[in-house]
Design a protein around this ligand. Structure first.
Ligand code: ITT
Length: 196
């Protein structure tokens, strides 16, 4: 029997990415699958704080073992912005967020940036945290059709100039912030839960 675990997200892309990394042993349920339509508060100014808030909400209201992540883009020349505000950076959607980012970097030669993910896992009382980072650069224009969010303007340093949006989902997962955090998390979960 597959072990059920809830991933407190509404983002179908993220659900697919994580389910692929966790593999056969686990059935990963998103918020929709457990009937949760609440807009779970994310009021912390850290990734870890927001991830824990989401996991705690599900555990308290639905009783499931749960994990949640919070991720964002941290741009060196903008002192780490948009950071925890990545989704809400412009007040619009991904297109507007990328436009605002490129505008704010106009004329700046420092293009370094990183995506960071923190996963909070709540199985027992004590939360556990897993972090993943991928470094890269913000390119001057959008490239590629894949992925989501800021993917068209982020070129990871391992990918020879391709943006995340130009990579296959597998290639992105192999080096991404979420992929790295999820691998650490999956190793822990598989060892603790299945003894592997
Ligand atoms: P949930 O809160 O429902 O999980 P979300 O889309 O808000 O979904 P995050 O909090 O993890 O996801 O990420 C915040 C934003 O950071 C997200 O909306 C994107 O704009 C950006 N982001 C995170 N991971 C990304 C990735 O792999 N590629 C591109 N942008 C990403």
């Amino acid at each position: 029997m597959k072990r059920k675990i809830v991933f407190a997200t509404n983002n179908a892309h993220k659900l697919e990415e994580v389910a692929a990394i966790l593999g056969e042993e686990f059935e990963v349920l998103g918020l929709r699958a457990i009937g949760c339509t609440a807009d779970i508060p994310e009021t912390s100014d850290t990734f870890a704080g927001n991830a824990l808030q989401k996991a705690q909400y599900v555990k308290e209201h639905y009783g499931y073992d749960c994990f949640a992540d919070d991720s964002g883009l941290e741009v060196d020349a903008l002192d780490g912005a948009p950071g925890v505000y990545s989704a809400r950076y412009s007040g619009g959607g991904s297109e507007e967020n990328m436009s605002k980012l490129l505008y704010n970097l106009t004329g700046k030669s420092e293009r370094g940036a990183q995506f960071r993910t923190v996963i909070a896992l709540l199985i027992g009382e004590e939360p556990r945290y897993f972090e993943g980072i991928v470094r890269g650069t913000i390119i001057g224009e959008r490239r590629g059709e894949g992925g989501f969010g800021y993917d068209p303007v982020f070129a990871p340093k391992e990918a020879g100039g391709l943006s995340f949006a130009q990579m296959t989902a597998e290639a992105k997962n192999a080096i991404s912030h979420r992929g790295r955090a999820t691998k650490k998390f999956a190793e822990y979960l598989l060892k603790e839960e299945t003894g592997k």
